[in-house]
Design a protein around this ligand. Structure first.
Ligand code: FO1
Length: 304
């Protein structure tokens, strides 16, 4: 069975790891958000791809959510001594990934090389090899994603979001094929507005999702009325949306066949989409496998 999973951020990486615990990694294609990407000190940084590669190769700093376990920071202390910018932390090991990207090749190529080098058998594909930058109009002005997320710690009030360059982008090689070949498509519990929308905005991707006969199952990022990590709940409130699964379903609309929701969420509300319930807070590896299993089992209801 082939699964294509749309993912971004830490929550998405956890779900992909959960999928590798219940099925063959080679049967999984992760289509990863690159709207968070930016060039820092001349280095190309692809945070959501980096987080996924670290997570799948056992290198991730699980507590911090991003970067490497056991990272060292001599580069950053030397940079500070030179008066360099220290709002965005680049670890010594992490630097190697960005330098390898700078060395050349398409993002999909450098990502495939890193995955192969680190024994990652999940197919990790950027949504596009073209530059797309998630930009946020806020009360602190127009901010790139990393300025909003890291430099301003998601504090500014978001008025609107757009994906600079997406109209000129194309799906990376293998993305449309992975969707067409998929028996199931999973939308990971990533922030729909910040991590999944950029993927859906790449010309051709949403159309491919609407063409596929594979059931599309999302895992809700909302747990009992709040989001687990990151700015999802705050962002939803700022966009005038209830921090509830009704808003998640309304956002994805008729793209979804099913939604995995947290067992702690109000069962009373009819979401208008088929739901499966499980404890969706993913702390342990078993949690991740359980949530992944819930999504795959829900998809089975829709497959002959
Ligand atoms: N997140 C932070 O909060 N502070 C950082 O200094 C930081 C550095 C960083 C470097 C490389 C990388 O791949 C991710 C990094 N992140 C950092 C996380 C980054 O902001 C991602 O966008 C998040 O993972 C959310 O998607």
């Amino acid at each position: 069975m082939k699964v294509a999973v749309l993912t971004g951020g830490v929550g998405g990486a956890k779900l992909v790891l959960g999928l590798t615990r219940i099925m063959a990694p080679r049967d999984i294609t992760a289509i990863v958000n690159t709207g968070d990407d930016f060039t820092h000190l001349g280095l190309p940084v692809s945070p959501d791809i980096d987080t996924l590669l670290y997570t799948l190769s056992g290198k991730a700093n699980a507590v911090q959510g991003w970067g490497r376990e056991g990272e060292t920071w001599s580069f950053m202390s030397a940079l500070r001594s030179l008066g360099g910018p220290d709002w965005f932390h680049l670890g010594d090991g992490d630097l190697a990934l960005h330098v390898m990207r700078l060395a050349g090749g398409l993002l999909s190529q450098t990502t495939a090389r890193a995955a192969a080098a680190w024994g990652v058998h999940v197919e990790v594909l950027p949504m596009s090899d073209n530059p797309v930058a998630t930009m946020l109009e806020t009360n602190a002005g127009l901010l790139s994603f990393q300025r909003y997320f890291v430099d301003h710690s998601c504090a500014p009030i978001v008025r609107s979001i757009f994906f600079d360059g997406v109209q000129h982008s194309a799906p990376a090689a293998g993305v449309l094929r992975a969707i067409e070949k998929a028996d199931t498509v999973v939308i990971a519990p990533s922030n729909p507005w910040l991590s999944i929308d950029p993927i859906l905005a790449v010309p051709g991707i949403e159309a491919a999702l609407r063409r596929t006969t594979a059931p599309i199952i999302a895992v809700s990022p909302i747990i009992a009325g709040k989001a687990v990590k990151g700015p999802t709940a705050k962002l939803m409130a700022e966009l005038g949306l209830p921090v509830a699964n009704t808003a998640i379903v309304a956002h994805y609309g008729d793209l979804l066949q099913g939604l995995v929701i947290d067992s702690g969420d109000d069962p009373g509300v009819d979401l208008g989409v088929c739901t499966a319930r499980t404890a969706t807070l993913m702390t342990t590896l078993d949690d991740r496998a359980r949530v992944a299993r819930a999504a795959i089992d829900l998809a089975r209801l829709f497959r002959p």
